[in-house]
Ligand binder design. Structure first.
Ligand SMILES: Cc1cc2nc3c(=O)[nH]c(=O)nc-3n(C[C@H](O)[C@H](O)[C@H](O)COP(=O)(O)O)c2cc1C
Length: 373
């Protein structure tokens, strides 16, 4: 039965052939709680089970790295070898036994990886350095991918999805946002190739399309794609560009579109600070929804279930992702649906969680006592 106060956000929703019990999503969060070999630690499992206990409909774990040359930190989740599967199986089991749908975001960091961590030259569609990482990483070297490397990375994504399904994930999210490798291919800002993978929107989307098709061929898992609907950089993607791209992704087999914003050069758009105001990116999601027939998720400073309800009820998106709000209080969904909004521990928007800007080795939250420094 729908909740009287939040009738839209508490409604079920089908993503491909799976059903969510509500429209609240936990978006992928890199927390650096994995073991040093990228396998799931108890700390990582506890982090996600708290959010599942709190009633979130769909939880994206990760980001999980699909290749050994794709990482930027020591303790990122990985899904590039079979040794990751037992830990993931336990994690997804814990999430689904609590009634949430377990998903996983899979990614290659491309030119935003750290060579000092991977020991490999960084791979990108074109040899254009990331202005942020090239300053941060003293060993930074990026080079244009060969067609053989494109084929290898495509296969890494598909194998990662196969492992995710084997471990019990019900949704796999292909990370094509925030300036990582697939986002670099999609954007004319970072893709200057002149072969089949550069130039037209279809060519720039080709690698993502091939990955979706490859996953579809091998798995029954639902497929989400996360994009930056507006990159907020000169010459980058903005909503009208998606008129051509979204139908291509849907034809390949995409079941859900997760709309974020920004790349590293416009970091304030990836995790919007208070100065950008309330829900600054919902209009971007609504703009992309015009081109989509699959469910669309909006994100960015959604700090209450009331806000998420407004997004769904106004038809701007079909789901609302809440990152910082659920980290501050993993119980926010259940408490709000039960009318206990006053018990919610609110996120203060201090952004201390952005550990890569504070120099912390892992993610801390200034208000959640379990995650304090
Ligand atoms: C600590 C931290 C880690 C994040 N890691 C990821 C990630 O791995 N993949 C991703 O797509 N977005 C990542 N994001 C962005 C979030 O998924 C989300 O889009 C962002 O926090 C805005 O949502 P919010 O305002 O509800 O927090 C991260 C954000 C933070 C603060």
């Amino acid at each position: 039965m729908n909740n009287v106060n939040y009738p839209s956000v508490s409604t079920t929703l089908a993503i491909g052939n799976i059903e969510l019990t509500n429209r609240i999503v936990f978006p992928a969060w890199q927390v650096n709680y994995a073991n040093t070999d990228g396998t799931v630690s108890d700390k990582l499992t506890d982090f996600y089970t708290a959010i599942a206990d709190g009633g979130c409909g769909l939880i994206f774990t990760g980001v999980a790295s699909v290749s050994s040359d794709s990482i930027a930190f020591d303790r990122v989740m990985r899904i590039d070898h079979d040794g990751c599967v037992p830990g993931l199986t336990k994690l997804f089991g814990e999430i689904s036994s609590r009634g949430s749908v377990p998903g996983i975001q899979i990614a290659h960091y491309g030119r935003q990886a750290a060579r000092s961590v991977t020991g490999h030259d960084l791979l990108a569609p074109s040899a254009i350095p990331c202005p942020v990482m090239s300053q941060r990483d003293p060993e930074y070297v990026v080079r244009e991918m060969t067609s053989g490397e494109i084929a290898r990375v495509r296969n890494d994504f598909i194998e990662a999805a196969v492992r995710a399904e084997r471990a019990g994930a019900e949704v796999v999210e292909v990370h094509a946002a925030h300036g990582y490798l697939l986002s670099e291919f999609l954007s004319p800002y970072s893709n200057h190739r002149s072969d089949d993978y550069g130039g037209s929107p279809r060519n720039r989307a080709r690698l993502i399309i091939e990955i979706i098709e490859g996953i579809r061929e091998r798995c029954d898992i639902a497929i989400s794609v996360r994009v930056s609907g507006d990159e907020f950089v000169e010459g980058g993607l903005s909503p009208p560009d998606f008129a051509e791209i979204i139908p291509l992704l849907e034809a390949a087999g995409m079941d859900m579109l997760n709309v974020s914003a920004g790349v590293y050069e416009s970091m304030e758009r990836i995790v919007p600070p208070q100065s950008l105001g309330d829900m600054p990116h919902v209009a971007i999601a609504a703009g992309l929804k015009r081109f989509a027939s699959v469910p669309v998720c909006a994100v960015g400073s959604v700090f209450s279930i009331y806000d998420a309800e407004s997004i769904v009820v106004e038809g701007k998106a079909d789901l609302g992702a809440m990152g910082r709000a659920q980290v501050a209080d993993p119980g926010i969904v259940k408490k709000s649906l039960e009318g206990r909004e006053d018990d919610v521990r609110a996120c203060t928007k201090c952004n201390e969680c952005m550990f890569w800007t504070t120099g912390d080795p892992e993610m801390y939250c200034s208000v959640n006592p379990k995650l304090k420094r």
